[in-house]
Ligand binder design. Structure first.
Ligand code: AMP
Ligand code: MG
Length: 534
């Protein structure tokens, strides 16, 4: 039952609605699927769910909203964040956006299964938009049901928080709630749909505006509205930019979006994160990682690897392509705002700041991953030859960098140097003699380079361990937690949430979570490749 007032519960949140109050909405209030023109959103209520059960909440994301753990455990919390409790000051709405999917303009997409409840302003005057994902159909649901299943919701919930603690810009996740309803999904797209447990995640972000919000207005030639959305975004989300400057402000904004996107991608590359669906509707203008679908983490380092089965052929969104795909998406955003900005040269200059920022940050990141704090002429070559070596035998990227931090520069023996990193190899018995020699040669070179780096083993190790995580959210870990929740055991979700609070710490009692992916997980669905069917 949907409750419209707080008679039974004392909810402690109050809501504002800057987005809906300042931008035009859809005139049609019916929840029917349609093209929505001349509007940035449509008002729509979440669909009530039958028996919501809280699986987990993030106490850190809650604290950002001014909510205590006690608040999170109160009945109103589960009711509100499953979509069953709508307060008087909420104006729930779904956003209208379009996007380029796999390189092709896809027209209107929009929040097909996401509904914004409103905005909460915390004690530090920070504004957070609260969004339910999987809360039922909206005008943008096209032919789908507006729902989400447990497996994809759990993956989004834990990964958002893990990314945050890894220091990577991301939308956050407040809660994971089972709805008590079952949802039909054809997980392998092979004509065998099954009923799966339904779930809702409450995501939080300063804003959920995507590249696609601008693209749809431009494609429809709604240029006044396009400018209105630009002005709103700059005013609301980029207070450091003076919004009164018209075109100048928009160019400054686009430069900033380009820089933030570059920085986000450098972070993804640092930890081996592969988003999987970098369509322009999945790119946040705040430079935040958004829309956790068939993402994955590099285990064996392979630039051509993609976790997304839908992308297995083209590999458009594979690990190594991510920097180019982000730039491609920024180009679509530049094209979208061109009718307002009308200055190709300055737009191009703004776009160039993506390449410049990415190159700078990525080079710095790679040096830091190796513990180098000075710059030498041949460093780039040494780094690229290491990445090349990674591709010759299946080498776990996370384990390699973490182990490399333990290397002692006084060690001159090649075999002993190799011992420092041998844990990272998936099939050590298959490594050729040639490759072993190449690895030893590289380690010697690296050791000599470190001797000129004068940090000392301990300090270098400490610094490397601050940038090379010990724990990443390997797909098989997610699958194990999903299996347990399906059996009614939520403890693994708590364990993973806690593990990822400190992904750079050793946490010796939890070493097994840092192990190489077990062989059984190599080809198991959900552990290696994933589909978009969530
Ligand atoms: P995604 O690939 O998850 O980023 O989604 C692409 C588009 O499909 C967006 O417009 C989503 O809102 C929409 N979509 C994805 N899953 C569903 C669903 N179960 N019901 C309705 N719309 C969906
Ligand atoms: Mg999406």
């Amino acid at each position: 039952m949907q409750t419209s007032v707080t008679d039974q519960y004392e909810a402690t949140l109050s809501f504002e609605n800057q987005f809906a109050d300042n931008l035009p909405g859809d005139q049609d209030r019916n929840n029917t699927r349609r093209q929505v023109s001349g509007a940035c959103y449509s008002f729509v209520d979440p669909t009530p769910v039958s028996a919501p059960v809280l699986v987990a909440y993030s106490k850190e994301a809650a604290a950002e909203l001014g909510l205590s753990e006690e608040n999170c455990r109160a009945p109103w919390f589960t009711d509100m964040f499953s979509g069953n409790l709508i307060l008087g000051d909420m104006k729930p709405y779904a956003m209208c956006y379009g996007g380029h999917q796999f390189g092709t303009w896809a027209g209107q997409l929009g929040d097909g299964r996401a509904i914004n409840l409103g905005e909460v302003v915390n004690g530090d005057n920070q504004r957070w938009t609260l969004q339910l994902k999987g809360a039922g159909p909206t005008p943008y649901s096209r032919s789908a049901d507006g729902l989400a299943v447990l497996r994809s919701s759990l993956r989004e919930f834990i990964c958002s928080e893990a990314m945050h603690h890894l220091g990577i810009p991301t939308t956050r996740a407040l809660s994971l709630i089972l709805t008590g309803d079952r949802v039909l999904r054809d997980m392998f797209y092979d004509g065998h749909p099954e009923l799966e447990p339904g779930a809702v995640v409450c995501r939080t972000s300063p804003s959920f505006i995507r590249f696609g919000n601008f693209e749809i207005l431009s494609a429809r030639q709604e240029y006044d509205l396009l400018e209105q959305l630009l002005h709103f975004t700059v005013t609301n989300d980029f207070p450091e930019i003076d919004a009164s400057g018209g075109v100048d402000s928009y160019l400054q904004w686009f430069t900033e979006v380009s820089r933030r996107t570059a920085s986000m991608i450098a972070h993804w590359m640092r930890v081996g994160f592969v988003h999987g669906v970098m369509n322009s509707d999945n790119m946040s203008v705040l430079g935040l990682t958004i829309d956790y679908g068939p993402y994955g983490w590099l285990e064996g380092y392979d630039p051509t690897w993609t976790p997304n089965t839908t992308d297995a052929q083209g590999r458009r969104y594979c690990y190594g392509n991510q920097p180019y795909m982000a730039q491609w998406n920024l180009m679509q955003l530049a094209n979208a705002i061109f009718p307002v900005v009308k200055d190709e040269k300055r737009l191009q200059e703004a776009l160039d700041s993506y390449r410049v920022t990415f190159q700078e940050e990525w080079q710095q990141t790679l040096r830091a991953k190796l513990g180098l704090h000075t710059l030498e002429k041949h460093d780039d070559k040494m780094i690229s030859s290491l990445l090349e070596l990674f591709t010759k035998t299946e080498t776990d990227m996370t384990i390699f960098f973490r182990s490399l931090a333990n290397l002692k520069v006084a060690e001159k023996d090649g075999d002993k140097l190799l011992k420092f990193v041998e844990d990272a190899f998936y099939t050590p018995e298959e490594i050729s003699q040639d490759h072993l020699e190449n690895l030893k040669n590289w380690l010697h070179l690296y050791r000599l380079r470190l001797l000129r780096n004068d940090l000392g083993d301990e300090e270098r190790r400490r610094r490397m361990n601050q940038i090379n995580p010990k724990y990443v959210f390997r797909n098989y870990l997610a699958q194990q937690a999903i299996d347990k929740v399906e059996e009614g055991d939520y403890s693994e979700v708590e364990e993973l949430l806690d593990l990822f609070r400190k992904p750079y710490d050793e946490q010796p009692e939890r070493h097994h979570y840092a192990a190489k992916r077990p062989e059984w997980a190599r080809n198991r669905p959900g552990c290696s490749m994933l589909s978009c069917s969530s």
